[in-house]
Design a protein around this ligand. Structure first.
Ligand code: NDP
Length: 338
């Protein structure tokens, strides 16, 4: 009998705890066999809490485990690069959290290393797995709104207390709302529009929540190569704004309400000359769907929902927004050779 495909978790993180252990376990023939943390106590505790066979106090030990075929990297952002390179070199498939890295060279190196070692690489951009966003992409591609001209993303939320750690205090760990949320907006817009961002501008805000020069709010504009202008509003500090995405075209508008979220909720409304109607969507768990695509890719069937290249491109857009906010100027996003 063929053994299960074994996953090793790199990072005893919240996102692993809250969503990803379950998403991996939902796949037939896949199991979580190990977790690595920089702290032996945390590794053991996480392993115990989640009935995982082995907890390791180093990534090297986890990568030396022959039962590990694939890794899910969900450490803080500055660690993704070296951990993904090590995993690829050990012949493990790599599903990595966003942002892939803190700079583009590192992110590109991760994708190239996975390619060179013949392992699959994916980026855990969950939103493109939402039934709502997939429906929005389909409507646009079918011409339901004619030529798309503008988009607006509403992704200002209140960062829950238990996540108010490195995100708001540690620039060196890749904190700040741009690397946390804007990077998701960029991926979602690329996915929905089927277009690439080519220019960014924006301004940040820092309230008492973020420290050490980090931003906890941003308003930005991305110009896409199909001419669309997209306005983004991202924050850690706003409890009651609600989330959404709108795409406005020459012949109609699409409204995705309550859709910039980890949960399988929200609605899609299409408004055209013939009126307004609710577009049916069949919700499903975003993370389960994303991991399923990654598992198929490991079997040689199709590609991950968001590839490593997608992760590089969303990072390029987020870094351009950050640079535009710093410099006060519009920043071009150059085409990338990955
Ligand atoms: P966490 O803060 O929960 O975990 C990050 C790291 O922090 C862990 O790897 C762990 O290190 C360390 N850590 C955890 N608990 C403690 C503690 N008590 N004391 C000291 N260190 C601790 O981060 P998140 O789960 O929020 O985010 C992890 C990654 O996932 C990030 O890259 C983030 O951007 C991404 N993310 C993606 C989401 C998505 O939907 N795609 C959603 C949320 C996050 P160690 O492993 O060494 O124990």
């Amino acid at each position: 009998m063929q053994r299960s495909t074994g996953w090793g978790l790199i990072g005893a993180s919240n996102i692993a705890r809250e969503y990803m252990v379950e998403a991996i376990r939902a796949q037939a023939g896949h199991e979580v066999v190990a977790v690595a943390s920089s702290s032996a106590a945390r590794a053991e505790q996480f392993a115990r809490d989640h009935r995982i066979a082995r907890g390791y106090a180093s990534v090297a030990e986890l990568l030396a485990d022959p039962a590990v075929d694939a890794v899910y990297v969900s450490t803080t952002n500055e660690l993704h690069h070296e951990q993904a390179l090590a995993a690829a070199a050990a012949g493990k498939h790599v599903l990595c959290e966003k942002p892939l890295a803190l700079n583009l060279d590192d992110a590109v190196a991760m994708v190239r290393a996975c390619r060179r070692h013949g392992v699959v690489m994916g980026t855990n951009h969950h939103l493109r797995n939402a039934a709502t966003h997939r429906k929005i992409r389909k409507l646009i591609a079918q011409g339901a709104i004619g030529r798309p001209l503008f988009a607006r993303v509403f992704h200002a939320v209140h960062l829950p207390q238990h996540l108010q750690g490195w995100r708001i205090a540690k620039p060196e760990a890749g904190g700040g709302v741009i690397l946390d949320i804007t990077v998701h907006d960029a991926d979602t817009l690329r996915f929905a529009l089927g277009a690439e961002p080519v220019e960014a501008t924006g301004m940040t805000q820092s309230t008492a929540m973020a420290q050490a020069g980090l931003e906890d709010g941003v308003m930005a504009v991305l110009r896409f190569d199909n001419g669309v202008l997209a306005q983004l509003h991202d924050a850690f500090t706003v409890a009651h704004a609600g989330t959404g995405i709108e795409v406005h075209g020459e012949r109609g508008s699409i409204f995705g309400r309550d859709v910039m979220t980890q949960r399988p909720v929200g609605e899609v409304v299409l408004r055209t000359a013939s009126g307004e109607h609710l577009v049916p969507v069949e919700h499903e768990n975003l993370y389960v769907r994303g991991v399923a695509a990654f598992c198929s890719a490991m079997r040689g069937e199709g590609a991950p929902a968001a590839t490593g290249e997608d992760g590089v491109r969303s990072l390029a857009a987020a870094l351009a927004v950050a640079e535009a906010c710093r410099s006060g100027r519009a920043v071009p996003i150059a085409p990338l050779e990955i």
